[in-house]
Design a protein around this ligand. Sequence first.
Ligand code: ATP
Ligand code: MG
Length: 343
Amino acid sequence: MALEIWTEKYRPKTLDQVRGQDAVSSRLKAFVKSKNMPHLLFAGPAGVGKTSAAVALAKDLFGDNWSTAVLELNASDERGIDVVRNKIKDFARSRAIQDVPFKIIYLDEADSLTKDAQHALRRTMEDYAQSTRFILSCNYSSKIIPPIQSRCAIFRFKPLPKDIMIKILTEVSEREGLMMTAGALSFLYEASEGDCRKAENLLQACSAIAQEIDTKIVEQVVSFAEPKEVASVIEKALAGKFLDAKERLFDVMIKHGLSGMDVIAQIQKQIWNIDSLDEKIRLELIKICGDYEFRLVEGSNEFIQLEAMIAQFAQFAKGSWKLLPDISLLHRRKEEKDDDRSD
Ligand SMILES: Nc1ncnc2c1ncn2[C@@H]1O[C@H](COP(=O)(O)OP(=O)(O)OP(=O)(O)O)[C@@H](O)[C@H]1O
Ligand SMILES: [Mg+2]
């Protein structure tokens, strides 16, 4: 039996099945009702339903023959922008079908186009406006030139929230006959960071290991430290137990095969999850993470840098953690820095 990719198997087929993007779907449904739409600009992170919404919109608009009315292209096509432009022209010139008087061109990664290419695209959009509607998809709408932005209705897609992602994953696992623990589901969500494609891919990878999936299996697949292990490194450091924290950190790194960058990313994320942290301290720690991430990018030895980072956490804690929630020290430090800057 051919291996089916779950992200395709479970791709939403109608706008109703596109979850967690309610503001987007309700506006798109209005276009279906009126059988008309302007050019659209879909902006948002990976794997949150941009392509799915475009396909679902086309299906809802055109019915079974939708695929003849839609051209899907990737703007970063390695054969070059001319190939893309020619395909757009050929398709735009062909006749529209059925009772909907236009066709749709879905252009993925539109923000990868240079400014010049975007200006050319803008002209093409105008030339064929009668017969064609564009849906441009991008991660950042700010990378699209203003003349295109102003010709499009902009739709912002968000990372999927935890409850919705868990619902989707639960449904997929039920249909695939998997048993998931609650911990495994929430771990999958965390690892995916709201990217549904990533979550479904991870789930499929887990299913290749076992039918009963717990956090250990997810961890194996994600090969990322468990959040609680990383949290304990931070807590030890903030309690001033530098040596314990350091040992724990290197254990976690070796056990899970993490790079220094992975560790900093995890620590940074966990800082937001430790509820008991005072807000000012949280911000200081985030800044420290930023500094050390930069040093790693610059190519410093990761063990030395991580050790230094933990040392700084511990030292920082000596002055402030025990004083919680007294943050006068932080204020002083900040004022000193401000003074330095105004010099
Ligand atoms: N909002 C959603 N509701 C239900 N399933 C979703 C949603 N978003 C993503 N998925 C699942 O993830 C898969 C990938 O989503 P999709 O291709 O729509 O992402 P995208 O936003 O276009 O990402 P990219 O920017 O990487 O192209 C879908 O096939 C579907 O299985
Ligand atoms: Mg896409």
